[in-house]
Design a binder for this molecule. Structure first.
Ligand code: SF4
Length: 284
């Protein structure tokens, strides 16, 4: 996943998994910064940010916050209404765009997320139930950089939720316990519950489901983890996507939000870098 000396950006939610991941990577000696996106979901977002900042400040770490409302003039509840899409769909789309963009602009070697075994097994179940061929081909713990996307890694994929929670308790890490109030009806949670029920009767099944897929079935779907269609640079913001205008900019059109800043000329550490036009440093 990493090489010595790599600079890593961790997507931090304020929950147990992302804070445990940040702590583990620091303990292993990596150069790691955090990124928190304030989604504008009432007290849930402000409380989550509190835990992320508390962790960073106590250790003197660099944490960047992107505030959807002040920077892009929308939040997840308003975006969901305007786009007539489920909140989690708008939220996932926004986070993916902002995490990728920050990792590229900041010239990080990898973007790390705190997805654990429970998360990944639930995503796999959802993808299998619909035979999402393209998603299945990309469901791996490491996606190499390419096509205008940063390298993405999921270092906690071997750990169950209970294990990351136990790690936080042992390390004295305080984290956000509350669930997002918009999670109700989220299919991902239903898949998790279903797998928990099966795991109760058949311990170890989540592990064998996910890692059996990685070892034996992934090659049937794979294209080496890269995008299956040639990405196009968004004509508004330069991000990689499947159309002339990326999904995030289309969302902003519908919400009346502020357009993202143009392609990188200043990275998130505040140092100047050379822009090569759209996606100039995006490995494309
Ligand atoms: S539950 Fe849905 S809306 Fe809430 S943080 Fe997760 S993805 Fe976003």
């Amino acid at each position: 996943m990493f090489s010595p000396g790599d600079r890593i950006l961790v997507a931090v939610s304020g929950g147990k998994d992302s804070l445990a991941l940040w702590d583990i990577l620091l303990e292993l000696g990596y150069d790691v910064d955090g990124l928190f996106v304030n989604l504008g979901i009432g007290d849930y977002s402000s409380d989550s940010g509190h835990f992320a900042w508390k962790f960073a400040e106590a250790r003197g770490l660099k944490l960047r916050t992107i505030d959807l409302r002040s920077e892009f003039n929308f939040d997840i509840p308003a975006g969901s209404r305007a786009a007539r899409r489920a909140p989690c769909s708008v939220c996932g789309l926004s986070k993916r765009h902002l995490f990728d963009d920050a990792a590229l602009r900041g010239n990080y070697n990898a973007l790390a997320t705190g997805h654990n075994l429970d998360d990944e097994a639930a995503v796999l179940l959802g993808n299998v139930l619909r035979w999402e061929h393209e998603y299945l081909g990309r469901q791996r713990p490491v996606l190499q950089a390419g096509g205008g996307f940063p390298k993405k890694v999921k270092p906690l994929v071997r750990l169950a939720e209970r294990e990351t929670a136990a790690y936080c308790v042992l390390r004295g890490i305080e984290y956000m316990l509350e669930e997002c109030p918009l999670a109700e009806g989220n299919r991902h949670l239903a898949y998790k519950e279903a797998l928990n029920g099966i795991e109760d009767r058949s311990p170890g099944v989540k592990h064998s489901f996910y890692f059996g897929f990685q070892d034996r079935s992934l090659p049937l779907f794979t294209n080496d983890g890269g995008p299956t269609t040639k990405p196009i640079s968004c004509e508004r913001c330069g991000a990689s996507g499947n159309g002339q205008v990326c999904a995030f900019c289309r969302l902003l059109e519908r919400t009346g939000g502020n357009l993202p800043s143009p392609p990188a000329s200043v990275n998130i550490r505040g140092t100047k870098s050379v822009a090569n036009g759209h996606g100039g440093n995006r490995h494309g």
